[in-house]
Design a protein around this ligand. Sequence first.
Ligand code: FDA
Length: 308
Amino acid sequence: MLGSLLLAGSRVPFVRRAVSGVPLTRKVVDRFVAGETPQDAVEAVRRLTGAGLTVTIDHLGEETRDAGAAAGTAQAYTVLLGALRELDLGDRAEVSVKLSAVGQALGADGDKIALENARRICEAAHAAGADVTLDMEDHTTVDSTLGVLRALRGDFPRTGVALQAYLFRSEADCRDLSHEGSRVRLVKGAYAEPASVVHRDKAEVDKAYVRCLRILMAGGGYPMVATHDDRLISITELLADRFGRSRGDYEYQMLYGIRTDKQQALAGAGHTVRVYIPYGDDWYGYFMRRLAERPANVAFFLRALGGK
Ligand code: FDA
């Protein structure tokens, strides 16, 4: 209930101004966001890869309504990827891209602009030896995102995509994308969606996650199991045994600042664990989704505002 309110409020300009305008907000945001500049992101990459983790970096921003800003986001990724190239981390570092940040929301030409900008990012990533994974946003964007994915995979076959278990359609999408060479990041789903397209009950979302996970683990692709949920991690291990997958045949992914102890424990046990590192000044939408996922985060936020 509180989560739905926060997700709905996150789209209201007045709420955005109110939350962003509180000086102490920044302190709380820092728990989930690595900083504002590419240097901040690179610093987090150094720290986390030095601790035995792998990373995927997100330049924050979404629902861009301006073609210049969309091109600017692609440029920001190429600058970041230039810095990653110098670190020479190979597949230990990749980037995550929201297509709505690179033009998808720009009306009739949106898909074309997003594809052109995403292609520039893929070229820079290729030069840095890094992969690109497309984030999945609200349900109205799924067909468009999968269309752009198909087009990108023609030239950059390692391009991956996030699929959201809460969507009714995702089992079928998992089946379509469970072939050899495919990289799918399975997430529960973080947007406010109508009951006509998603499972709303938490237990139903978890069951749907397991069904999707089973399809991906049984298939020929590379599953990226993006969850902080212990039960789903245990089930992943059972499925890996059942389908004969060794540790290099799938990976875990978690968000920056969330369950860092678990990230280290899994990496210490020999798993590939990839941390999703967001950076940039357009942190609002991302931050509100993290608050919505866990009521305790709201209490933490309110305590920080109160100076405690
Ligand atoms: P769940 O929400 O049940 O959390 C399990 C446990 O993890 C909680 O009990 C708590 O301990 C901890 N936890 C989870 N969220 C927390 C938070 N915000 N703060 C503190 N603790 C928290 N979504 C989407 O719609 N599109 C996308 O492209 C992506 N991309 C993405 C990439 C990666 C790498 C991850 C890990 C997640 C995403 N997501 C996403 C977000 C995803 O849909 C989902 O909202 C979150 O991962 C939370 O779900 P869990 O699977 O962790 O389970």
